[in-house]
Design a protein around this ligand. Sequence first.
Ligand code: GCU
Length: 613
Amino acid sequence: MKRTGIRAFFSIVLVFNLFLVRGQEAYGDGCFGLYPQIQNIGGRQTTSLDGSWKMFVDQYETGYYDYRRNPMPDGSTFFADRSFHSDRTVLVEYDFDTAGELEVPGDWNTQKPQLYLYEGTIWYRQKFDVTPKPGRRTFLYFGAANYEAVVGVNGHAVAKHLGGYTPFNIEVTDRIHEGSNAVIVKVDNKRMFEGVPTVNSDWWNYGGITRSVLLVDMPMTFVREYNIQLSKDRKRICGWVQLDGEQLSQKITLNIDELRIHKTVSTDSNGRAEFEFAAKPTLWSPANPKLYDVTVAAETDTVSDRIGFRTIETQGTKILLNGESIFCKGISIHEEMPYAPSGRAYSEEHARTLLGWAKELGCNFVRLAHYPHNEAMVRTAEEMGLMVWDEIPVYWTIQWDNPTTYMNAEHQLTDMIIRDRNRANVVIWSVSNETPRGPARLEFLRKLIAKARELDDTRLVSSAMEKSNIDATTLTVDDELMQYTDIISFNQYVGWYDGNSDKCDRVRWTFPVDKPVFITELGGGAKYGLHGDSNERFTEEYQDYLYKKNIGMLDRIDALAGVTPWILKDFRSPRRFLPGIQDDFNRKGLLSENGERKMAFFTYRNWHRAGLD
Ligand code: GCU
């Protein structure tokens, strides 16, 4: 066979071989080799692979494609980790042993100046010793990697994941051996038209293994997933447990000692058991973020979690938490470190600082924009009594007609819901932000909303839509998407993109349906420390005056049930060029990128929605 014929043959073998990987889940979005998500990874037996990883930049993806841009056979890719130094008779033009280093977790843009603007492929390698135990299974877990990650173990590519903000795990039981092993990851953060998000976004495209990597040691049959919720009438605890492995018929005991609950159920032949029993737990709320120690004990595995119980629903224009009307005084947050170097946030410490500022503002709610934040952020918010808006990055001009793009979005939505479904503080799933109206977009989002409700019918589902003008000062939201959402949630920028701040006094809002109104973005830019007249853009006075005028406008919206102004702190964006003012930062934060509080911070802090607190 000619050279290209052999290559084509090997490419087919490579792809087919990958589909043989145990537990292979094909999502129809180009991912392969992934295992269904193991929930509550913090409650498992894990070994961290975080720390310094070897790395080198591969702009032309020489380690993956041949000179004709065909995928190379496994043994020729960089996953083979061949070493020129050990055998100088072979042609090798790369070397991990003497390569540079990057810290994992962490974006590469803020770790090395030469990578600040880099968009492309970087290869990572980590070595680890392990002693495989008989009767145990081993998984490799990634909290996230942006944007596409191809993972190799001991010389072979075993999985591919798309999406920069959701966890993924790979079974490596049959791939690892006694002694030294190596995991090699090809991470590519190039923006793609067919991606989710697509090529245009107003946040920095931080690339890399941006969250923790863990080895997970599991029994042959384990508790992979569970759902433990309060019934909508708040009288019962109900849910289900899903086992994974060979021994699927087991007795499962759900223990909540503080409530003197010890309920035993039996799983069916698929490893699933459902339960429902009377209970009167103390309800989770921002004022009392009560969490219970819960254990799910199967015969072969036990997993513990901290779970809160509450209900969330709407009634007319009200949002009801535990049956009581609540006003969601919130703030939007990007997943960016609270201080220099302002890279991708990933730790509990980052979360506590960011969420501490939200609490200082008097918030009971945070909008985690525009993608699922790291799990520490959600769990820390739950402990601190902050409700959460959880969103997938279906942002702006997505390829609505591309079925692979839809499957990518649905995969990210599914993994967000699996990861966070037991977090009492997550009250809204959001399927998109500021997407242009049209039939293909409506169908795409309708399906995502239906999928969210299929996976979890206990929470509100919505999207950050856009306002429309009835006339110069009569504004509304008439997006046909509202027929599928539980609330009228939308972004509006009166005073910044829409007239000046005084326009707020002349605006009248009207809404075509009786649902809770939730303003998911408002605001304007200010450079911390820049002072001047309140009509001079980017002064603190301008931003403060804009907030004062917007607040006056909000107080005239009777159906207003929540607001999450844009945004807690200044964040990096490739769209913000003004030298000496923006310098690659979007300046709509109430705090600077160094945690300095601007004048508007105090104005928003001091605002208490009259009568709905
Ligand atoms: C939009 C968008 C944000 C963006 C903001 C801005 O509403 O949702 O992601 O950062 O406007 O322009 O600052």
